[in-house]
Ligand binder design. Structure first.
Ligand code: MLT
Length: 276
């Protein structure tokens, strides 16, 4: 599928993004997980582009977004989202974020709720890192600084995909492994530090009063269904969908099921807005 790739300079950062659909359509912005890129949303863009203005961007340092990643933090990644929206003249949008993308989406809805029309939170969580999780990230930092990314990329895909995907989805597995290998060590290290330092958002979820769908792979080992259930309990009116035959990358591992839930949710929002 040929998708339109663009670049825009935002606060001195070159942001690379895919944009499809018509200017007058409702806008959906996709935010990828760590350490991936905008192309992980290709399957979703393909099915939505006839009805929505669909945008997926590379978070700073990832994919083809060139930017310094020194002293990164979640607030800065959230500010990047808003500055990017300003640059492409999008006042408000539906935001769909996976894992790190979900952390950014949650931080965004808490800081500027008026700019977020609806949320799709995929394979993500509202909790901060435990002491043990922080330590694990520091161990990874040590290891990639000493040994490079080969072992890290190999170990990561074993955790990201469910068992069935590891054997049956070899092209997706190898594409994610290559994506990790093509990310700079600097981005891996500095993003890991930013993720380790992120604050919890669970205590603010009661403030959210827009439509929210939470979606998670049934075999997600990184952010398992229980943590999605916790978010659903804290967000009034939210729905939770569990994607079968999928791990942490539910949109890639089972796009048919993921896209079905996505389209149903978007249709339900449209019905609400036409009734108002
Ligand atoms: C991601 O997929 O974005 C990561 O698993 C997030 C994290 O490491 O917390």
């Amino acid at each position: 599928m040929k998708l339109t790739e663009k670049d825009i300079l935002v606060d001195g950062i070159n942001i690379s993004y895919i944009e499809e659909g018509e200017a007058e359509d409702a806008v959906i912005i996709f935010i990828h997980g760590f350490p991936f890129n905008k192309w992980t949303w290709e399957n979703q863009i393909g099915v939505l582009k006839e009805r929505y203005r669909v945008i997926a961007y590379d978070v700073r340092g990832h994919g083809e977004s060139i930017a310094t990643t020194a002293q990164m933090n979640l607030n800065q990644l959230t500010d990047d989202l808003f500055s990017f929206m300003d640059a492409i003249a999008v006042e408000s949008a539906i935001i769909c974020g996976l894992s790190m993308g979900g952390y950014i989406a949650l931080s965004a809805v808490i800081s500027q709720p008026a700019r977020i029309e609806a949320l799709i939170l995929c394979d993500t969580q509202c909790g901060a890192d435990s002491h043990q999780a922080k330590q694990k990230r520091m161990d990874v930092i040590d290891s990639v600084q000493k040994n490079g990314l080969t072992q890290y990329a190999h170990d990561s895909v074993q955790k990201l995909f469910c068992e069935a995907s590891l054997t049956e989805k070899s092209s997706e597995v190898s594409s994610i492994e290559q994506t990790i290998l093509h990310t700079s060590v600097e981005t891996i290290v500095n993003t890991l530090k930013a993720l380790a330092a992120r604050k919890e958002t669970c205590s603010s979820l009661h403030q959210i009063n827009i439509p929210v769908m939470i979606i998670v792979g049934e075999s997600d080992q990184i952010t398992p269904p229980e943590v999605s259930q916790k978010m659903q309990d804290l967000i009034t009116g939210s729905s939770l969908q569990v994607v079968e035959n999928a791990g942490h990358l539910s949109n890639l591992e089972n796009p048919a099921s993921f896209n079905g839930h996505l389209q149903d949710f978007l249709t339900s929002i449209q019905q609400i807005s036409t009734r108002l």
